[in-house]
Design a protein around this ligand. Sequence first.
Ligand SMILES: Nc1ncnc2c1ncn2[C@@H]1O[C@H](COP(=O)(O)OP(=O)(O)OP(=O)(O)O)[C@@H](O)[C@H]1O
Ligand SMILES: C=C(C)CCOP(=O)(O)O
Length: 253
Amino acid sequence: MAGTTVVCKLGGSVITEKDRPETLDAPALDAACDAIAGALADGAVEDLVVVHGGGSFGHHHASAHGVTTTAGTHDVGAVMDVHGAMTTLNRFVLDRLHERGVAAVPVHPLSVGARADGPDGDLTFPTDAAATLVEEGFVPVLHGDGIATATEGVTVVSGDELVVELAGDLGADRVGICSTVPGVLDDDGDVIPRIDAFAEVADLLGASESTDVSGGMAAKVEELLALGSPAFVFGPDDLEGFLRGDSPGTRIG
Ligand SMILES: Nc1ncnc2c1ncn2[C@@H]1O[C@H](COP(=O)(O)OP(=O)(O)OP(=O)(O)O)[C@@H](O)[C@H]1O
Ligand SMILES: C=C(C)CCOP(=O)(O)O
């Protein structure tokens, strides 16, 4: 697999305890960082971009301020609460990657992206920083964040949206979203192996069971279908396998 470019999101529901404000799931974060460091160290992955979600850091504050991916705020205190919590979580992720020898560098979406045509318009997200960092041997670590939004002030950008932008612009060979569930589940709780169209699964897909302002699994599937190349949704136990070339969980697109 050497030479492959991988974009991988660590779900906030994996690396935090999503129902306890600003609480890490330290063992889960450690395990995810072990998998990433191992795959990089032995060359299973050469070029990697990591994105992480909000979990009990971003979603808690966004929900408290009534901010979602479409409803924004002009209150600078609210913006700083959401962004501040996300940069705190980002720092925890970076520290644990550094401890394992990964050259992880932060990229903060609030500073560079925008929904310039309003909350329903396309996201503009320059990926030059991430692309150049990768070329220079770093591992950019981005995160769901606040995002400048015409007419709304600042809304939320999900890590899933960022994955789609990054994967498209960087021409990723492999795209993965590690969440708490082993894939997209059907009515019986079984993993759906493949989804090609939103209509196939719309009735099954819900929001997150936890505090979540970015649409849970339904938004994830919809965004990944827009990518136009396959992406995989899988659980923490499959992260290492995904990084090493397996196709676990649900294939979307
Ligand atoms: N059909 C479904 N299959 C699987 N999960 C589903 C389904 N419908 C709703 N969900 C919910 O979606 C959640 C996953 O989305 P969520 O946004 O919470 O994950 P995440 O990306 O890991 O977290 P974060 O948004 O904090 O980054 C699951 O934990 C589950 O509660
Ligand atoms: C709530 C915030 C700020 C981040 C949302 O990102 P996500 O957890 O990937 O949906």
